[in-house]
Design a protein around this ligand. Structure first.
Ligand SMILES: [Zn+2]
Length: 162
């Protein structure tokens, strides 16, 4: 692991711990560390009952929970790309416990938009997930061990995404 990544892990740790807390309590099970992220699967409880029927993934810091863990076997699924963009966003916002995300939902509603699809964090993830999934797949074909939130950051810096 790069020094760079260790700093991001520390920087986003309070948010990641919130994720561990919510996912354990909500009925998630940690499955693996891949692409620089701790992936979880919905197993039981409130997440299974109320959240899983409507959504496919949720990111809180370096924790991402999936409804279908088979997404991780695809090179690279749109859902994995989408959640990786959220991990990148959480790395950017650090120990803010997803509060900026919640505020963005409130702003969306005030503007008369949908709380989820009109949230700027979701707008970024949805608009770039397809292109990012393709690029990440090409890069991952050449090297298996890529930190994909960091890859997204790099591509953004290089001006591939606006
Ligand atoms: Zn999203």
């Amino acid at each position: 692991m790069s020094k760079h990544k260790s700093l991001y892990i520390l920087w986003v740790l309070p948010t990641t711990l919130l994720g561990v807390f919510i996912f354990l309590l909500g009925g998630g099970v940690p499955i693996k560390i891949k692409y620089g992220v701790l992936w979880w699967r919905v197993e039981w409880g409130l997440l299974k009952k109320f959240w899983a029927p409507k959504y496919s993934g949720m990111t809180i810091g370096h924790c991402v929970i999936l409804v279908d863990e088979k997404e991780l076997d695809i090179l690279v699924s749109k859902i994995i790309a989408h959640e990786s963009i959220h991990v990148y966003q959480d790395e950017k916002w650090g120990p803010t416990l997803k509060i900026p995300y919640l505020i963005a939902s409130v702003i969306a509603v005030i503007k008369g938009k949908h709380y989820y699809y009109g949230n700027v964090f979701e707008e970024e993830a949805y608009s770039l997930q397809g292109e990012f999934a393709n690029r990440a797949a090409m890069i991952l074909e050449a090297s298996e061990n890529v930190d994909i939130p960091d890859l997204f950051r790099r591509l953004k810096r290089e001006g591939v995404f606006r």
